[in-house]
Write a protein that binds this ligand. Structure first.
Ligand code: PHE
Length: 530
């Protein structure tokens, strides 16, 4: 245990608020501020927001509850949690392992040696660890995702410093793009700021759950919402700003394609930090008397609020100064400095915006590092301080590869040829390789297995028993009585009603969430097309 652990036990949040703020800190990240606004703009504004809300409620919320329950029940990191609950031997796992073995042999026969060996190793791992694999995948995902997330975190520091020093006042989009491109291809700057970002993250995690994560979440999350509010007020009071609100939120159902639904689903997953063990880990610090239903609703609510506020902070300013907001990754780092350059006191507002982005990235990075640190503390019996230094150090080192290879392989050509030799496919940079591995593969697969495990292997019965701790009658409330505001009326809550919140949750976890995640995954992997 770390130095701040109460005697004899795992450290816990000081209460519901501490947990909600920390988990919302994990959830609210670059995804909310950078990605949500532009995918909304691209996919039919308000119409897309409706689909996104449905995905959040129908898939995100049930899976988030799974993760919190797994964490709180076992009081362990993701690997420990699955180890504690997984059956000693599982037919499904063995079948899966045999399937991987056969595919591995087939791949080797077709000369795809790299993939063949990966399949064989995976088959062996599944055979040995069975249902602990989703836990291992989550910790691995946390490791991989943080290594490149912190590179982007480093850019937020670069942009913040540059806006303070006034070097972000661009006259045209070519200048803004040139600044961003120079930054991306400069290995030294990228690495230095990536390391700086990681050092700050490590310092917070080093201080423990309450004194580090919770204390800083209590300061940073209100700051984030205050900054968002200030930016919205600034933007919306500029002449012509309402066109931006119109672009962002006016429902345009003609822009909705089947793919929009999958985009919404994938984003719902990423934005709630599901599938990489962050919520399992944070859930393991929740004490038995907290209401998990209410906590997860608050986390999901705050995350969605932040995403919508971010859109309202960005588009109105862009429209007011008549810059067509580029709908793509360049939005935040290229278009916004240009936008702010045309607003009175622009460099001040620009600095405020990048401070917001930095806070959002930092609180998410904290949760990713905590996954790996809590794994090392529980499973390898390291102290928090040692674990933070070793895990933080190795993630920083791995991240340096992403930092020197953001948009091409120029600086690490040897690694590129090695990866091409092994996998026979090529990504445009190491950064993209990591992003693809973490966000497109590990995250949905781990999420899928988490839902399947809770729904079918461990079982919803035990999960609901865990949910009942601290939730008064919440799990057993009749769904319609709840909607009608009659949940405390005894006549509306008798046991003959089977459609309770818990039963509804069980149905989603067993059937709907796994099916939806699987379809989205197969689509991202390119195995099915719309
Ligand atoms: N939820 C974060 C975001 O929206 C991303 C994240 C992913 C954070 C994984 C932690 C873990 O940006």
């Amino acid at each position: 245990m770390g130095n701040n652990a109460p005697s004899g036990g795992r450290e816990h949040w000081s209460g519901q608020l501490g947990f909600v703020l920390a988990a919302a800190g994990s959830a609210i990240g670059l995804g909310n501020i950078w990605k949500f606004p532009y995918i909304t703009g691209e996919n039919g504004g308000g119409a897309f927001v409706l689909i996104y809300l449905a995905c959040i409620l129908l898939i995100g919320l049930p899976v988030m509850l799974c993760e919190i329950i797994l964490g709180r029940h076992t009081q362990k990191n993701p690997v420990g949690a699955f180890k504690a609950l997984a059956p000693k031997s599982s037919l499904t796992a063995h079948l899966f392992s045999i399937m991987m073995l056969i595919s591995g042999i087939a791949l080797i026969c077709f000369d795809a040696y790299g993939w063949g060996i990966i399949f064989l190793l995976t088959s062996f791992m599944i055979f040995k660890y069975g249902w602990v694999i989703p836990g291992i995948m989550s910790v691995f995902a946390g490791f991989i995702i943080l290594s490149y997330y912190s590179v982007v975190g480093g850019w937020t520091i670069t942009y913040f410093c540059s806006s303070i020093s006034g070097s972000l006042s661009f006259q045209n989009s070519a200048e803004a793009a040139a600044f961003f491109d120079t930054l991306k291809v400069n290995p030294l700057t990228c690495s230095v700021f990536h390391i700086a970002f990681m050092v700050i993250t490590c310092l917070i995690i080093y201080s423990g759950v309450r004194k580090g994560i919770e204390r800083w979440s209590r300061i940073l999350m209100p700051a984030l919402f205050i900054i968002l509010m200030a930016l919205i007020l600034r933007g919306i009071t500029l002449p012509g700003a309402l066109d931006g609100v119109d672009f962002f939120l006016r429902p345009d159902f003609s822009k909705i394609k089947p793919q929009s639904v999958l985009t919404a689903l994938g984003h719902a997953f990423f934005t709630l930090s599901l599938g990489m063990g962050a919520i399992i880990t944070y859930g393991s610090y929740v004490s038995k008397n907290e209401n998990l239903f209410k906590a997860s609703l608050s986390i999901v609510g705050l995350d969605t609020l932040a995403a919508i506020m971010a859109g309202l902070a960005i588009f109105p300013v862009a429209y007011a100064v008549k810059i067509n907001p580029e709908c793509g990754p360049g939005l935040v780092f290229q278009t916004l400095p240009l936008v702010f350059a045309k607003v009175p006191l622009g460099s001040f507002w620009c600095a405020v915006f990048f401070l917001l982005l930095f806070i959002a990235a930092l609180t998410s990075a904290m949760s990713l590092l905590e996954v790996v640190v809590s794994f090392s503390m529980d499973e390898l019996k390291w102290t928090r301080h040692f674990a933070t230094i070793v895990c933080g150090g190795s993630i920083t080192l791995l991240g340096c590869f992403s930092a020197v290879s953001v948009s091409n392989w120029k600086n690490i050509e040897w690694l590129h040829s090695m990866l091409v030799d092994i996998f026979n496919t090529s990504q445009s940079s190491f950064f993209d390789f990591m992003d693809n591995l973490g966000a497109n593969w590990l995250l949905p697969l781990a999420g899928l297995f988490i839902a399947l495990f809770t729904g079918w292997i461990w079982g919803t019965k035990k999960a609901v028993d865990e949910m009942r701790n601290g939730s008064q009658n919440f799990a057993d409330v009749n769904f319609f009585s709840f909607l009608a505001g009659l949940k405390d009326d005894p006549g509306h809550n008798s046991r003959v009603h089977v459609l309770t919140l818990a039963s509804l949750w069980g149905i989603f976890v067993r059937f709907i969430a796994p099916a939806a995640i699987l379809i989205a995954f197969l689509h991202t992997a390119g195995w099915i097309k719309y």
